[in-house]
Design a protein around this ligand. Structure first.
Ligand code: PBG
Length: 311
């Protein structure tokens, strides 16, 4: 009877797999803070993409981890056509074509030696407008490499407009923009730092939102839609379901939510100690995000859950 009357159902196609690919490694590198998640080699990433397709997952979001020596103040590796993220985009497109929506994180923090999402001014603060120029170039390079969707995640003001213009300039109105519209300055990103080898000191409070505020999210939403976002995202997911529900009610574009590294790590850590029923907790967390209004969910469990839902 419960099955019959359920208001919310998870489907494999709701799920998008975030994946890390690391330059210059010959075997996948486990991420200590995220048990079960790895920094892929180029080959293991291709295999993970094939598995995701087989499980019915609808998309993959790629993050590049360059060799340590290739990080610099401007995040040059992020706009190098032969940079690891661009190489990975080409690899995955070659492997799965259009069977998986291939998305790319459009942000500088994986590529900067200081770990910030943008370039810094002479006082060491993130320079919004100088960063926008870098994002415009990144968008074009990622589109050239085969991204179906670019995901600007740096929370710079004006980033969606700049990315849309940059794509228009190279005649790529077929590339969609998934805007990280609502992004809080969250402690739950902690485990991600190891995943991308980030050297960030300090925090991102000058560009990410204050967890105390919900209204600000609607303002971010209005701006991103006006600037040309095709889809919008709320991040993190679990601690911000109220915000997700507000956003989902307010828009006519598809809404995504990102169940981030800390949300993943908490369940895995508690399960490892036998304190929680892992599989039930995973499904419950995802169902809650869907019930709050997400059409798409980015989750590190995407392939496993999609497989389970099919079986
Ligand atoms: C920025 C970015 C971050 C995450 C996704 N894109 C890090 C941050 O904003 O601090 C975090 C994802 C996660 O924690 O799972 N490139």
């Amino acid at each position: 009877m419960r099955r019959m009357v359920a208001e919310t159902r998870l489907h494999p196609a709701d799920l998008i797999l975030p994946a890390f690919v690391r330059e210059g490694v010959s075997a996948p590198v486990p991420i200590g803070t995220m048990p079960g998640v790895v920094q892929h080699t180029r080959d293991s990433l291709r295999a993970a993409a094939v598995e995701a397709v087989a499980a019915g997952v609808s998309g993959i979001m790629l993050f590049g981890v360059p060799e340590e020596g290739k990080k610099d103040a401007l995040g040059t590796a992020g706009t190098d056509p032969d940079g690891i993220l661009q190489v990975a985009l080409r690899d995955v497109r070659a492997e799965v074509g259009d069977e998986l929506i291939v998305m790319s994180d459009l942000c500088l923090d994986e590529f900067t030696d200081h770990g910030h999402c943008g370039v810094l001014d002479t006082d060491g603060r993130v320079d919004n407008d100088a960063t926008l120029e870098r994002y415009a170039e990144m968008a074009q390079v990622q589109a050239d490499a085969g991204a179906h969707v670019v995901g600007p995640s740096g929370m710079m003001d004006g980033q969606i407009g700049v990315v849309r213009d940059a794509l228009d300039q190279i005649d790529r109105d077929d590339v969609a923009i998934l805007a990280y519209t609502v992004k809080y300055a969250s402690a739950f990103y902690g485990p991600f730092r190891e995943a991308v080898g980030s050297s960030l000191k300090g925090d991102r409070k000058t560009y990410q939102q204050d967890p105390a505020n919900a209204r600000e999210s609607l303002r971010e939403l209005a701006l991103d839609l006006e600037e040309g976002a095709d889809m919008v995202m709320v991040k993190p997911a679990g601690p911000y379901l109220d915000v997700l529900a507000k956003v989902a009610q307010a828009v006519e574009v598809p809404v995504a939510a990102y169940q981030i590294s800390g949300e993943y790590a908490m369940v895995e850590a508690a399960a490892e100690r036998g304190w929680i029923d892992r599989d039930r907790a995973i499904l419950e967390s995802l169902l809650g995000i869907k019930r709050a209004g997400a059409n798409m969910i980015l989750t590190y469990w995407a392939t496993e859950v999609a497989r389970g839902l099919r079986g």
